[in-house]
Design a protein around this ligand. Structure first.
Ligand code: NAD
Ligand code: UDP
Length: 354
C-alpha cells in the first residue's frame, strides 16, 4: 500500500451520466500508447476507469484528454509490487509492460518481472474481487515463426536466452499464468495476442519502426532500415485494435485460448519506409543499419478466430492510418514539417486486393 501514489482521485470534475452502469475497470499500463486509448474508450462506454502505471514508458500527457473526467483516476504504481487489496474492480486490463525492443531490453529482469510478478499480482486481485481479466499478449510469442501466417494454434519458435527473451518468454509465461488461474480458480480470463499496432501517442523516441520512420521523415533525417528491409510486419491502426480488445472482453463465451488481434495485410519494412517517405513527401534517404539479434523475419496474423467469433476485423488501411500518427508527431515536433499528404499508391493498391 505504501508504494501506491494516487495522482488524482475523484477531483469532482465532469461525471458522465451519474452511475457507472458498466462497472469499474482497472487499466494497468493506462498511461501508455495503447492504455491511454483504452481508458478513453472505456470511459466513453460508461465505465469508471482507474489507470495504474509506473510511467516507465507512459506519459501523463497521454491522459490529458481524460484527466479531468470525474470517472477517471490515475495511480502511480509498479505492478511487480503488491497491489492494494481493497482496490475493488469489475474488470482488469493488463497492458503494463514496455513494448518497444530498446525499452524492454534496457532492464530485461524488470521486464520479465513485470510480465510474471505483475501478472500474478493482477490475477490475485481478479481472484479476490471476482473480476474478469484481460492480458495484452503479443505476436512475439511466435518468435521467428516457421508457420506463416500465424494461427493461434502455432506454438512458436522462440529463443529462451537472447536479448528479446525477457519480453517474449515473459509474455509466454504470462499466458501460462492466465490459463492456469482460469483452470485452477475459475477466473474469467481473456488473452489477446497483439500484432504491431501504431497510432498517435507512440513516443517519438519509442524505437519502434512506425514512430521511428515517421519522425525521421518529418525531420528529414535518414530512415534507418535494419538489415535489408525484407523482413515483414503487419500493421494495425490503434482504433481497430481497441475495438478488438472490447469485443474480446465482452464476448459472451470466453475463448479458452489466446486470440490474435492484428491487421493481416503484410508489408516488408522497406515498403513501409518508402510509404512513409512518399506520404510525408520527405527528402529523407533510406540507410541500412545492422539487423537486431533474433529479429523475426516474417509476421502476419491469421485472424480467422476473431473474424468468426468476435465479428472483428481491422477497418483502417495503413495508407489511411498513417495520417494520424503523422499529424500527431508533426504537432509534437512543432508543426509545419508535414508538407503535403499524398496517397500511398503502392500500399493502397495492395490493400484493395488483400
Ligand atoms: P507502452 O510502452 O506505450 O505502454 C506500456 C505502459 O505500461 C506504459 O505506460 C508503461 O509506463 C507501463 N508499464 C511498464 N511496466 C510497468 C510496470 N511494471 N508497472 C506499471 N506500469 C508499467 O506500450 P504499448 O504499445 O501501449 O503496449 C501496451 C501493451 O500491449 C504491452 O503490454 C505490450 O506488450 C502489448 N503489445 C503492444 C503491441 C503494439 O504494437 N503496440 C504489440 C504487442 C503487444
Ligand atoms: N526496424 C527498422 N528500423 C527501425 C526500427 C525497427 O528497420 O528504426 C525494424 C525491426 O528490425 C523489425 C521491424 O522494423 O524488423 C519492426 O520493429 P519494431 O521494433 O517496431 O517491432 P517488433 O520487432 O517488435 O515487431
Amino acid at each position: 500500500m505504501s508504494r501506491v501514489k494516487v495522482l488524482k482521485l475523484d477531483t469532482g470534475g465532469r461525471r458522465r451520466g451519474g452511475n457507472y452502469d458498466r462497472g469499474r475497470a482497472l487499466v494497468a499500463g493506462g498511461a501508455g500508447f495503447l492504455g491511454s486509448h483504452l481508458c478513453e474508450r472505456l470511459l466513453s462506454d460508461g465505465h469508471e476507469v482507474i489507470a495504474l502505471d509506473n510511467f516507465h514508458t507512459g506519459k501523463g500527457y497521454n491522459l490529458a484528454g481524460i484527466a479531468r473526467d470525474g470517472s477517471f483516476t490515475c495511480i502511480r504504481h509498479d505492478i511487480i509490487d503488491a497491489l492494494p487489496t481493497d482496490l475493488a474492480v469489475d474488470e482488469i486490463y493488463n497492458l503494463a509492460c514496455p513494448a518497444s525492443p530498446p525499452h524492454y531490453q534496457a532492464d530485461p529482469i524488470h521486464t520479465f518481472k513485470t510480465s510474471v510478478l505483475g501478472s500474478i499480482n493482477l490475477l490475485e486481485l481478479a481472484r479476490r474481487h471476482n473480476a474478469k481479466i484481460f492480458q495484452a499478449s503479443t505476436s512475439e510469442v511466435y518468435g521467428d515463426p516457421l508457420v506463416h501466417p500465424q494461427p493461434e494454434g502455432y506454438f512458436g519458435n522462440v529463443n529462451t536466452h537472447g536479448p528479446r527473451s525477457c519480453y517474449d518468454e515473459g509474455k509466454r509465461s504470462a499466458e501460462t499464468l492466465f490459463f492456469d488461474y482460469s483452470r485452477t480458480y475459475g477466473i474469467d480470463v481473456r488473452v489477446a495476442r497483439i500484432f504491431n499496432t501504431y497510432g498517435p501517442r507512440m513516443q517519438p523516441d519509442d524505437g519502434r519502426v512506425v514512430s521511428n520512420f515517421i519522425v525521421q521523415a518529418l525531420r528529414g533525417d535518414d530512415i534507418t532500415v535494419y538489415g535489408s528491409g525484407s523482413q515483414t510486419r503487419s500493421f494495425c491502426f490503434v482504433d481497430d485494435l481497441i475495438e478488438g480488445f472490447v469485443r474480446l472482453m465482452n464476448a459472451a463465451v470466453p475463448p479458452q485460448h489466446p486470440v490474435n488481434l492484428g491487421n493481416p495485410v503484410e508489408f516488408t519494412i522497406m515498403e513501409l519506409a518508402e510509404s512513409v517517405i512518399d506520404y510525408t513527401n520527405s527528402r529523407s534517404r533510406i540507410v541500412h543499419r545492422p539487423l537486431p539479434v533474433d529479429d523475426p523475419r516474417q509476421r502476419k496474423p491469421d485472424i480467422s478466430f476473431a473474424r468468426q467469433h468476435l465479428g472483428w476485423e481491422p477497418k483502417v488501411a495503413l495508407s489511411e492510418g498513417l495520417a494520424h500518427p503523422t499529424s500527431y508527431f508533426d504537432a509534437l515536433l512543432g508543426g509545419r514539417r508535414f508538407v503535403a499528404p499524398r496517397a500511398v499508391q503502392a500500399s493502397s493498391a495492395r490493400e484493395a486486393t488483400a
